[in-house]
Design a binder for this molecule. Sequence first.
Ligand SMILES: [Zn+2]
Length: 196
Amino acid sequence: MQQAAEFQVRDGQLIGVRQIPSPNFNQRPVQTEIQLLVIHNISLPPSQFGGGYIEQFFQNQLDWSVHPYFQTIEGMQVSTHLLILRTGEVLQFVNFNDRAWHAGRSTYLGKKECNDYSIGIELEGSDDLPFATAQYEALVKVTACLQDYYPKIQQHIAGHSDIAPGRKTDPGPYFNWADFRTQLQHYKNTSNSLAG
Ligand SMILES: [Zn+2]
């Protein structure tokens, strides 16, 4: 399927986005197909945006003394494949072929260890504030691109709270799933008709 793509996957990288390598990854189990997209939110400090702290956190370069909240996450080594900032800018921290550390203890459709077989997308946001329109727009384009390249995720998108219920609440009540799915379908229909 040919798409008038803004984004493109090549060698596990999303071409057209800024690459900020995180050391927090390892190999996926042998012959593991990517089959799930997991959507998260994160903000550092919580519900504050900008400042570059998320990027520093995923690179193990966050100065824990800058904010009291940072001391509660001191030493944590986590990552994501993609982060979508409030502006809609997309950053990549881990190659899709590698296993990012975003889901933690988790289960999807009875299958444990979602990090093994998923791609993680963090939205800069929180459980108590709406996401930016630019973030939905970027998420729609990125999701369409990834679904084209990794067909299994066409049917499998989950929130962190879905795969780690009781432990995680993100992307939270302000993430508008219905709107996201409508926009995604509309974008894919439009892209397909453009490509003939
Ligand atoms: Zn999460």
